[in-house]
Write a protein that binds this ligand. Structure first.
Ligand code: WT7
Length: 636
């Protein structure tokens, strides 16, 4: 009999697990890892290095994550639903796969990859809609040991090319088109444009979804359904090393281009499973729904890997919360009897802004647990969610984590931990958070605020940034040697519960999407009208943060031309990054507030964007204090 996966059932058990995870981490994580399917066990549980950022978990072990997601469930859960797919349009057909069927689909897709020459270690980029084949393709890569790198299907051709080239991907998976609410988007066309500058790609596999005609490049492009005809539905899993790369996921930082966050096999698996089970407390017959797109880490860990590792039934939704109307989420919950629901504060805030009837006309009786992720949830949104969705009956887990952490770090455990609106709460077992001063001193005691850092590795910790370890070291391990630096500010309240305040670096969080201000500035600066720009975030009712761009143009722009210039700047951003990075406000200025050494004083721009112009602080060190007055006058 394999050992049972440990699951926490009470607050006392949480405290006990937490204590053990700190007192003897290696023994703790060995016990947690025991019940998985291993081809070979590890030689050492942890090799820790929070200075150089070389952390290894379960070194020497051999496994395949898909055997743990699929094969090992077949004996007991073969006929249980693994994946439920709800289409964009409620009138069209749902698709359901049992564990046995999903296993076959993954094997078949894996064989198509093999037949197309994909080898262990090759990078495969996926630019696909939220259709079952995306989930299947991700698992198929893992089955044969190829590294998957999913690119959210809202990024532009230029953004795709940047990622494909950085990963040196040889194969790209895409589809003819995608549905997003009332819109249809020709994704293959975007990929074609991107690949004009991606010499590493030799094969594109296209999944038919909308039935649209697409251009197929001779010798490079093939249809999945044609390839699948000859592909067997069984495929042995490749034996992987614990520290072999499972996936790369690009995310924005405070400098330069997005970086490829690397997660490896064994540690990520253990972390995704352990956090999923304990945070959401999913029961055997539950339907679980995470609304995130697989293009983001939440979709990786909590739509796909976490639920499947735990043997849960996971729902995947192609559409958007407001199509055909703003009751769509609640309709899906009633239709599928969803028990556990995990979404983002920005979605809650956008639905809150619509008539209450949209939610009150559904029963939502099946719901037992609610979760949020991606950004701080304000109290108003928390209460609306708790009252109108959870009917004051469902605990809300506010889960704080990052692409780099692989899984949830600070969160309540549903039905077990104390609930406090807008507070993520306590660390999961294995997570040792600290608050630091700017100089790197640990701040002791409760009722304190500081920079959030983690002082001991956990199994899901980022391993490196693809192709550039030095960048990972500098970003995460360099600022405070001996700590993983999160980039977030946090407060530890009187009861020891953590509340995440937001980023302390030049990263902004717009509707749960993460951008570097420098990344948006670089995009704006590609526009021929532009000399220089500065981007800041400002509080936005629905998006959490909005994007405010201050732009200096080459020639003075009159009022009549301003609209045209702004439209052209937006066009440039959409082409460089994608629609998701469209600024909310653009202000054309003749200068930017700079110090005598030429550094832009973003503090001042943030204040202007927030509308807090009465208290700008000391501006006497500015090169040209006069420019501040002009900027205040021109505020959008
Ligand atoms: C940043 C990470 C974690 C998956 C989705 C976003 C912010 C995330 C919370 C939360 C307050 C949160 C942080 C973090 N964030 N969850 N529950 N409360 N802030 O992943 O794109 O890597 O962004 O999102 O600022 O650093 P990501």
């Amino acid at each position: 009999m394999p050992a049972q996966h440990p699951c926490i059932h009470s607050y006392a058990e949480y405290e006990d697990a937490y204590r053990r995870s700190v007192e003897n981490p290696e023994q703790f994580w060995a016990e947690v890892a025991e019940p998985f399917t291993w081809r070979r066990k590890w030689d050492s549980v942890l090799k820790a290095d929070l200075v150089g950022g070389h952390n290894e978990w379960y070194s020497g072990a051999k496994l395949n994550i898909t055997e743990n997601c699929l094969d090992r469930h077949l004996a007991t859960r073969g006929n249980k639903l693994a994946l439920i797919w709800e289409p964009n349009d409620p009138k069209t057909r749902q698709i359901r796969y049992t564990y046995r069927e999903l296993h076959q689909q993954v094997c078949q897709f894996a064989n198509v990859l093999l037949n197309n020459g994909v080898e262990k270690g090759d990078r495969v980029c996926l630019y696909m809609p939220m259709i079952p084949q995306l989930a299947i393709a991700v698992l198929a890569c893992a089955r044969i040991g190829a590294v998957h790198s999913v690119i959210f299907a809202g990024f532009s051709a230029t953004a795709i090319a940047d990622r494909v080239n950085d990963a040196q991907a040889t194969v790209v998976l895409t589809s003819d088109g995608l549905n997003r609410g009332p819109k249809q988007i020709p994704v293959k066309r975007v990929v074609d444009e991107a690949l004009e500058s991606c010499p590493s790609v030799r094969r594109v596999i296209v999944v038919e979804h909308l039935g649209w005609p697409v251009h197929m490049q001779e010798g490079r492009d093939v249809w999945y359904h044609e390839e699948a005809q000859e592909a067997s539905k069984s495929c042995p899993a490749e034996e992987m090393d614990a520290e072999d790369t499972l996936f790369i996921l690009y995310t924005s930082g405070s400098t330069g281009k997005p970086k490829g966050v690397v997660h490896t096999t064994a540690g990520y698996m253990v972390w995704a499973d352990y956090t999923f089970r304990n945070v959401f407390q999913v029961q055997e017959n539950d339907v679980y729904w995470c609304t995130a797109d697989i293009g983001w880490v939440t979709g990786h860990s909590y739509l796909l890997y976490g639920p499947l590792l735990s043997g849960a039934s996971t729902l995947m939704f192609e559409g958007v919360p407001t199509y055909p109307d703003a009751g769509r989420f609640w309709e899906v919950i009633d239709k599928h009897g969803v028990n556990v629901f995990y979404t983002a504060p920005t979605a809650i805030r956008s639905l809150m802004a619509t008539p209450l009837d949209n939610v009150l006309s559904y029963s939502l009786d099946s719901l037992r647990v609610l979760g949020t992720v991606g950004e701080p949830i304000n109290e108003e949104a928390w209460h609306w969610y708790h009252t109108h969705v959870g009917k004051e009956r469902c605990p809300i887990v506010d889960t704080w984590w990052q692409t780099e952490t692989g899984g949830i770090m600070i969160s309540g455990l549903a039905g077990i931990s104390p609930l406090k609106p807008a507070h993520a709460g306590q660390p999961l077992p294995g997570v040792q958070p600290v608050l630091l001063t700017q100089e790197g001193q640990e701040i002791e005691g409760n009722g304190q605020e500081g920079y959030l850092a983690i002082k001991f590795p956990w199994p899901g910790i980022i391993r490196t940034t693809y192709g550039d370890h030095e960048r990972a070291r500098q970003t995460y391990f360099g600022p405070y040697p001996g700590y993983y630096f999160t980039g977030d500010g946090a407060r530890r309240d009187e009861d020891g519960l953590y509340r995440i305040i937001g980023r302390v670096d030049d990263v902004i969080n717009v509707s749960g999407h993460r951008f570097g201000t420098a990344e948006i500035e670089n995009a704006i600066n590609q526009n021929p009208h532009v000399v220089e720009s500065a981007v800041v975030g400002y509080p936005h009712d629905v998006k959490g943060q909005g994007i405010y761009a201050f732009v200096i143009c080459r020639e003075p722009v009159g009022k009549t031309d301003a609209g045209q210039v702004e439209a052209s700047i937006i066009e440039t951003i959409v082409a460089e990054i994608g629609k998701i990075a469209k600024p909310d406000k653009i202000q054309l200025v003749s200068g930017l507030p700079k110090t005598r050494s030429g550094k832009i004083m973003r503090r001042i721009l943030r204040k202007v964007a927030e509308g807090e112009t009465s208290n700008l602080g000391d501006i006497t060190t500015l090169l040209d204090p006069g420019v501040v007055e002009e900027i205040i006058q021109g505020k959008k």
